[in-house]
Design a protein around this ligand. Structure first.
Ligand code: SF4
Length: 490
């Protein structure tokens, strides 16, 4: 998972791109970058947190009133400068591109680009493949005479991209001399929002971003979410052109609502906060039906993504909600940290139990999901160490039984605890006195019940195995290993 953002304003885009990245930092803490443009491209990208990468001199250097930016989600490998985005290419025009998502046919595409189009790809990163494909779509076109004509050429290039690229990809790009582009994949798996602002000179500024979370602080208003298969072009004069190029099933990632998006985000016309409140309420009702004899003394969220659901869970049961686990905000999420032993150690670094909230109590922990189970078991042990009489665990997501090929670090089947174990076996492994998962139906209802949305069937492939955008072709264990090592978990 990653965040992308693009801005076309009337002053200096770099400052606002930086501020946007700060508001999108939760979507990736591995690396970040900004590329701006006037008559040329200016870039700064590096590994690390946004606040540590950019300084005043960088802001001075990043000239122009159009630009794009990216924060990268950590991979299973070490963070690297080379993997930091945006990427750019000199021909045609000078195009920079940033990507959120994952291609499932990257290897085949790279091979085709090398053999048939004599293109050099410098990394294993699928974002570079997307950049070359997008650029390739312009190669046989003549010079456009107007923005209207250039938008037609962009649409042709994006159609070429859609015909070839399989998987999930929200993109922002800037094209020297022409403007800013936003593209959402044909199934709309990864989010992309459009915002507008009338500046002090009565001119219109535009932002395109993974979430609307930066909009308020920068004075932009959410205009719309890009539809599945939609392209938007903002020319250098600020004119906006939009077109939906495909008509496939709209399948946004349901895990955005469970875990990734910031709770104050509204994605595809559904409030993430309200969806999480409903997840908690439905889970509590499920608890009452499943364990009518088990009444906890206190409901404690695994902070912070489960806080909202735990609040409504406790409210529904009429039980005290307590923040009995304090999370150190300066350590990254364990779910996205590399390696099992690092993940295990980090639990005790980042969570501090509060004895007053735990000792001699029947504690019900609410977490957003259970992936490998190692983190959950460490938390359960910690809560027992601090004197809990009994420990129960409820997950707002159903069992995760399948990997994600669309940009979230949900690993291969053999690493997922729910893949081959019964609920009783998982309960025993986690050392809890009772365990409850949300049902798939309840999660779907929690996300889609309210809001003027047009979500037909969200992607839930990690839970139900139905891959709307296809899967990588794997024929043997080596290929499986290759995929696990090379997949870029944005
Ligand atoms: Fe989201 Fe799961 Fe689909 Fe991946 S497989 S896009 S995490 S719902």
């Amino acid at each position: 998972m990653c965040a992308i953002t693009g801005i076309k304003n009337h002053s200096h885009a770099a400052h606002e791109l930086y501020d946007s990245l700060v508001h999108l930092q939760h979507r990736g803490q591995d690396a970040a970058g900004i590329v701006t443009c006037d008559k040329r491209l200016y870039e700064k990208r590096s590994k690390g947190l946004v606040r540590d990468i950019f300084n005043e001199q960088d802001m001075e250097y990043l000239q122009g009133n159009i630009g794009i930016a990216h924060t990268r989600y950590p991979t299973s490998g070490a963070p690297s400068h080379e993997e930091a985005q945006p990427f750019w290419i000199g021909s045609p025009y000078g195009i920079a591109l940033a990507h959120n998502g994952n291609l499932v046919n990257d290897k085949e595409l790279k091979k085709q680009l090398r053999q048939n189009r004599r293109r050099h790809l410098n990394t294993d990163n699928d974002s570079e493949t997307l950049l070359h494909l997008f650029a390739d779509g312009f190669m046989d076109q003549t010079e456009a005479a107007s923005s209207e004509q250039f938008f037609e050429q962009i649409c042709q290039s994006v159609e070429y991209l859609y015909q070839n690229a399989q998987g999930a990809y929200s993109l922002v790009a800037t094209i020297v001399g022409w403007g800013l582009v936003g593209i959402r994949d044909p199934h709309g798996v990864r989010p992309l929002c459009l915002g507008k602002r009338t500046n002090d000179h009565e001119q219109q500024d535009v932002i395109i971003s993974s979430e609307p979370t930066p909009f308020y602080s920068l004075g932009y208003q959410l205009e719309d979410n890009l539809a599945a298969g939609e392209v938007v072009f903002v020319d250098t004069a600020g004119q906006i052109f939009r077109r939906q190029l495909t008509d496939r099933i709209f399948a946004p990632c349901i895990f955005e609502y469970v875990y990734f998006a910031r709770p104050d985000a509204i994605l595809d016309d559904v409030s993430v906060y309200r969806a999480r409140l409903r997840m908690g309420r439905y889970l509590a009702q499920h608890w009452q039906n499943t364990y009518p004899e088990l009444l906890p003394d206190v409901v404690i969220p695994v902070p912070y993504t489960a806080n909202t659901a735990a609040l409504s869970f406790a409210h529904t049961l009429g039980i005290r909600y307590s923040e009995g686990l304090y999370k150190n905000p300066f350590i990254g999420r364990t779910f996205i940290m590399a390696g099992q032993s690092q993940r295990r150690r980090s639990v005790r670094f980042k969570l501090n139990p509060q004895s007053t909230e735990i000792a001699d109590k029947k504690v019900l922990l609410v977490d957003d999901s259970i992936v490998r189970g190692t983190t959950s078991r460490e938390i359960v042990r910690m809560v027992r160490d601090w004197g809990a009489k009994q420990v129960y665990l409820a997950s707002t997501a159903p069992p995760l039984q399948h990997p994600c090929y669309y940009g979230i670090d949900i690993p291969d089947e053999e690493e997922l605890i729910a893949n081959d174990k019964t609920q009783q076996q998982i309960q025993d492994y986690l050392e809890v006195d009772a365990l409850l998962y949300q049902s798939l139906h309840a999660l779907l209802k929690a996300v889609t019940r309210r809001g003027e949305h047009n979500i037909e069937r969200p992607c839930m492939a990690c839970m139900d195995g139905y891959y709307t955008c296809g899967k990588p072709i794997l024929t043997d264990s080596q290929q499986q290993k290759d995929r696990h090592e090379s997949i870029d978990h944005r």
